[in-house]
Design a protein around this ligand. Structure first.
Ligand code: PEP
Ligand code: CO
Length: 459
């Protein structure tokens, strides 16, 4: 393409930038022509989110970066094509709203709520192939690429799935938008957000006591003459979507120039993040992310050096816009204090206005004796505690948590106050990828984070 033609079209500029670089973790599509036909179709479909919404999220995250709010980013490891229903979307929203209420009530600062939802389909893999009983097939890369069943047909990457992911994201977003606009998300509904299996547990009762206090506070405000019925902030909530933007052809097809600002936006979600396996400084993902104006995240694992992280900050947020960049550490409980502190210090000294969030899940995955991929709740809680200690030591703001969960009564992570044992995992192990906290363990985690937030505000 001629340079002048390319420069006149901002979408093409971004495309050419990343296409020239190596893109890690892309599936081997058997038919390149089929992929191109699908991405052309996607490029003509409406955006899923709008630039103004993403800018609102940058604003909300700027308050986190400044130490005036807390981030809760949570949801599935991988969304599924097969277990998709209105009920499952409602339940996933419900547990996040419930956790956010616990965090806001305890910390006294707003909680920014972002779901790993409405687009969280693609998965990076540590190996491109999987061998079972001597048979080797391509790895499962999320329902946007192939199916999890272990057969040759199921594992063949199919570009048609990109369209299905787009349409499922659109209907999920449609539902989320209506559920958060009123009724369901009304603060008067806090009691109804508890799943039946959680109600009778200690966490359920602790939540009930908190919900009672909120109810009393609302009645008190009404009695004092505050017209609570007409305050929109009590009856609706801001909820944003996010996913790991792994499949660059999909993201590119949904990248649009915002008519207001002229800037390019990924319209597949409000926020997108770069995974630990695709954050190479000279790789295609970093180049693509640098070209869009959304709020973005980048995972930072145990091998990250301070120089690397500073370079990521420079490339991904050269204008130092507060809220633009969230660094999501995933070090593992054992390594977090020593691993994170030099990074916090370097970013602080370079005056990069990032949000620091803690992913306490991905540093702890192992295969148990029963053969299940699992995590221990205690390790997860330990990493969060280490995250707060590291920030306290460096005088920086522990800005949020990034967790994999579901509100359902699954048995995927070990431990918790209602102990799940290795022998229990088989009962309701339903994830299509990594093990998630169940509804009770999620609420448990929220109360633990709330304690840390309270301790911080008391200090
Ligand atoms: C994930 O968030 O599901 C994930 C794969 O994380 P990471 O890139 O940190 O391994
Ligand atoms: Co995961």
């Amino acid at each position: 393409m001629l340079t002048a033609e390319r420069d006149a079209d901002p979408t093409m500029r971004a495309v050419v930038d990343w296409r020239a670089l190596p893109a890690a973790q892309q599936p081997e599509w058997p038919d390149e022509g089929h992929l191109q036909r699908v991405t052309k179709e996607l490029a003509e479909l409406p955006p899923l989110v709008f630039a103004a919404e993403s800018r609102d999220l940058t604003g909300a995250l700027a308050r986190v970066a400044e130490g005036r709010a807390f981030l809760l980013q949570a949801g599935d490891c991988a969304e599924s094509f097969t277990s998709f229903s209105a009920e499952s979307v409602r339940r996933r929203l419900q547990v996040i709203l419930q956790m956010a209420v616990v965090l806001t009530y305890s910390s006294g600062v707003p909680t920014v709520k972002i779901g790993r939802i409405a687009g969280q389909f693609a998965k990076p893999r540590s190996s491109g192939f999987e061998t079972v009983d001597g048979v080797t097939l391509p790895s499962f890369r999320g329902h946007i690429v192939n199916d999890d069943a272990f057969t040759e047909t199921a594992r063949r990457p199919d570009p048609q799935r990109l369209l299905q992911a787009y349409h499922q994201s659109a209907s999920t977003l449609n539902l989320l938008r209506s559920l958060t606009r009123g009724g369901f998300s009304d603060l008067n509904q806090v009691h109804s957000w508890t799943q039946d299996f959680v109600t009778a547990t200690p966490q359920g009762q602790q939540y009930r006591a908190l919900a009672d206090e909120i109810g009393r506070a609302l009645r008190f405000m009404t009695a004092c003459g505050v017209d609570t019925a007409s305050l929109p902030t009590l009856h609706r909530t801001d909820f944003f979507t996010s996913h790991e933007a792994l499949l660059l052809p999909y993201e590119e097809a949904l990248t649009r120039a915002d008519p207001m600002s002229g800037d390019l936006y990924a319209t597949s979600a409000h926020m997108i993040w770069i995974g630990e396996r695709t954050r190479q400084l000279e790789g295609a993902h970093v180049a693509y992310f640098a070209s869009v104006a959304n709020p973005i995240g980048c995972k930072v694992g145990p091998t990250a050096t301070a120089d690397e992280v500073l370079e990521l900050c420079e490339r991904l947020n050269p204008d130092r816009i507060p809220g633009r960049l969230t660094l999501i550490s995933r070090m593992g409980a054992a390594g977090i204090e020593d691993g994170l502190r030099p990074l916090l210090a370097a970013v602080r000294d370079a005056e990069h206005p990032v949000v620091w969030a803690c992913d306490p899940m991905h540093g702890h995955t192992f295969t148990s004796d029963s053969g299940h991929k699992t995590r221990r709740v205690d390790d997860i809680l330990d990493e969060i505690a280490g995250f707060f200690r590291a920030h306290e030591a460096e005088g920086t703001w522990a800005g949020g948590v990034h967790v994999e969960l579901t509100s359902d009564d699954v048995t995927e992570c070990l431990g918790g106050s209602h102990e799940i044992l290795d022998s229990d995992l088989d009962a309701r192990y339903e994830t299509v990828c990594d093990p998630r906290l169940n509804g009770r363990q999620s609420l448990d985690l929220a109360f633990r984070v709330a304690e840390a937030l309270r301790a911080r505000s008391a200090a």
